[in-house]
Structure formats: C-alpha cells, structure tokens
Ligand binder design. Sequence first.
Ligand code: GLU
Length: 314
Amino acid sequence: VEKVRKLTTEYLERVLTNSRPYSAQGKVADYIPELSKANPQALGITIATCDGQVIAVGECDTKFTLQSISKVISLIRALEDCGEEAVFQKVGMEPTGDPFNSIIRLEALNHHKPLNPMINAGAIAVASMIKGKNVEERFQGILSLLKTMTGNPKLTMNEEVYQSEKKTGDRNRSLAYFMKSTGIIETDVEEALDLYFRFNSINVQCSDLAKIGCFFANQGKLSNKQEELVSADHIGIAKTIMLTSGMYNASGEFAIHVGFPAKSGVSGGILASVPGQMGIGVIGPAIDEKGNSVAGVHVLKTLSKDLFLNMFRT
Ligand code: GLU
C-alpha cells in the first residue's frame, strides 16, 4: 500500500513539474481575440486548506479572466436572489454531451429550457434572473459576492476582454434571443448578455479560485467557525452541478478520474473544491478541444490520486 503523501510546497512543486509537459497537448483559446494573448506554457497552482494553510507554486500570480468559472458564481447569486424553485423553472439540472455554446437542444428538448446552468445558454438565462435596478447594480452584486468568497477587495473587470467578448459574442446573442422568443428570458435580453459578458471578464488569480473553493468546501462560510454567508443549500446545489457539468462535455470522465467538484473556463483556469478539506485554483492557458486546461486537469488528477481526495473512492 502506498504511503499517504503530505501536502507540502515540495510535493506541490513536484506535481507542477510533472504536469508542465502536458501544456504542449493544448492550445490557447483564440476565438475571442483578447484570450489568445495568454502564455500557453504558464502553469500555476494555489491550494487553500480549510484549516487556513495556503500553498502556491509556479506562475500562480498570472492574471486571467473567470470565463465559464463565473457560471457557478452567477448561479449562486440567482439562487440567493430568486430561490431554487424559480431558478430551475428556467434552467435544467441535467448534464449534456454537447459543446458549451451549443444551440441544438434549446429547440429540441426540455420545453426549450437550457439543459443546465454551466452551458452558455443556461448561464445567460441565469444572468437574466439576477436582481438589481440596472446592469451596473446587478454586476456589482456578483462582484461583491466574489469579494466575500475570495476575501479579495481588489477584484475588477478586464475591460479589453469584456469588449472582445461583446464584439465577438454572436453565438451568445443568438442563444439569448432564442430564449427570449420562448419565454425563458423574461427581462431585457441585451442586459442579460451584457451581464454575462461582464461576469466572464472578471480578472482573478489562482489564489482567488482557491479561496472560492475553500468557501465551497466550508459550505458557504469563510472558515468552519464563522457564520454562513451564503446558504449551504445553494452552495451544495452549485457543487453538485459542478460535479455533473463543470468540466464541459468531459465532466463524466473528470468525475471518475478526479472525483470532486470543479469548474473550468476557456482562459485555462480551474476552480476545484474538496468538501471539508480544501479549495484548489489552477491556471494553465493551453486547453483541449473541449475547453479544459490540459496541464490543469493533469494536476487535479495527480492530487486526487496522491492525496486520496476522490469523494467516491475514499
Ligand atoms: N467567453 C466564453 C463565451 O463564449 C465563455 C466560455 C467559457 O469559458 O467556456 O461565452
């Protein structure tokens, strides 16, 4: 029987070194011009444990945009604003084998409900439900939720990425207008899209993702002693949907090999949460054809195996 490895900086450095070569198997996303500027070789990992330890290695200071990772945060905001029942009247809970920006099931299935909140259609529907008197106020609501979860008051939006998203967001526009036509979106479509583009464009670092993962691991508390800042039920829902749909159409495989909730984005970031134990933030901009950081997934697979983190195998 292999000995349980301890989570130390030296150990994490080794994981980083062994995972680095996998970046060569991926490519930086270039369908949005501003994303193509990322360094494909960068790899950074930050782990924040529930007992307050923080370990960071590699290029963990790299700034990147949340992209699809924001879908988890907007889901939680909408759940807090409208409640579980109202949210899932407009968006499903089921995984999909289709790409993140797919349009095909929107007409064919499920009373035109997007399959889940982690695909673009679902996230735009979720954005349309977030409360506030205008886009700015609704955006600030998300930003302040993120500041709470990360303990980082300096979070801002990346204006260049936002403009790039807006300019090239034709597919997202078509998803949104289709949903308006079927009544899934009841509020202003352009506002829902604008919010969605803004959420995607929030700048973060690995440490922010690790802290969010830790907040999730603590069921909506900053540490296990503190008060609940977000409903534990809503955090639970978000983590469940991350497990079933967080890694695009590779979520099933990831659940088998890694076995804890995670959400990735096309910027190459991954937010992961090991219940009761730790949050993990990884950045590795070279992604595979499904949208997941190749080196980043290798990091999480290794950690899961070495530290016995798989929820279903321990
Ligand atoms: N900017 C992305 C979009 O097309 C988000 C994609 C992602 O990270 O999956 O909506």
